[in-house]
Design a protein around this ligand. Structure first.
Ligand SMILES: C[S@@+](CC[C@H](N)C(=O)[O-])C[C@H]1O[C@@H](n2cnc3c(N)ncnc32)[C@H](O)[C@@H]1O
Length: 233
């Protein structure tokens, strides 16, 4: 192992190795997320087919992996948190799913074979890496995708005027506190203070420089965007 490689298993910000954090995750988000709708959108965006092989990085509690596995040949679901993986695997067994391979690894795992996935999806996970390592992660994703494979990325990606950062962030936290509750507002604070969210113009350059074309972008809020990208030949 090279000494300079980033230790992506070390938790930054929210501790997803904590049993409590993992148990409360679905409970916390069930009021503000609709997993069925999210997966419908993913399915369309990545043009999922019955024979597709999908990689999900930062699978978390497995809600997306389980729904996707019902519609394709195989899902490889990886996460650096052993606690999350145990929880997701248990959930998938209870749901009678047997085509998900759970792997305790992350974005920087070089062991997955080249050109082996039709699509890679990652939601709310890439911001756990600093920007230099985001680039290495995107490069690795390009390596494991088949030619013209799709990378679906949803994350804390900022798209506001850099000069207005104080006003924008203060407003977003206030609005989250009023509309989504104290816990979600606190999570946004931890994300901004202790994790590595970044700007859209940084992510877009990292995607392009690592061989992707951005097919579409959806800006959900000033601090959250989705990219659907195609690996260039
Ligand atoms: C906010 S949760 C998102 C989970 C799920 N994707 C979702 O949309 O609900 C972030 C997940 O990313 C995982 N994670 C953090 N750093 C990671 C890395 N370097 N590689 C893979 N997963 C990582 C965490 O353990 C956690 O399960």
């Amino acid at each position: 192992m090279k000494k300079w490689i980033y230790n992506e298993s070390r938790q930054t910000g929210v501790d997803f190795e904590s049993e409590n954090e993992v148990k409360e995750y679905d409970e916390k988000y069930k009021t503000v997320r609709n997993y069925d709708e999210e997966v419908k959108f993913i399915t369309r965006s990545i043009k999922l087919r019955p024979d597709s092989v999908i990689l999900e990085i930062g699978t978390g509690t497995g809600e997306h992996a389980i729904r996707l596995a019902r519609q394709c040949r195989k899902v490889v679901a990886c996460d650096v948190s052993k606690t999350m993986l145990r929880y997701a695997e248990d959930k998938s067994k209870k749901a009678g799913i047997n085509n998900i391979e759970f792997i305790n690894s992350g974005f920087l795992n070089n062991d997955l074979p080249d050109r082996s996935f039709d699509a890679v999806i990652s939601q709310l996970a890439l911001h756990h890496l600093p920007d230099f390592w985001k680039s290495a992660a995107i490069n690795n994703i390009s390596r494991v995708l088949k030619p013209e494979g799709i990378f679906y990325l949803l994350d804390s990606i900022f798209s506001f005027d850099v000069r207005a950062y104080d006003k924008v962030i203060t407003g977003i936290i206030e609005s989250a506190r009023n509309h989504a509750g104290e816990r979600i507002a606190d999570e946004i604070i931890v994300n901004i203070r202790d994790e590595y969210p970044t700007y859209d113009w940084i992510i877009e350059n990292l995607l392009i420089k690592n061989g992707f074309a951005v097919e579409s972008k959806v800006k959900y809020t000033d601090i959250m965007s989705l990219y659907v990208c195609v690996k260039q030949l």
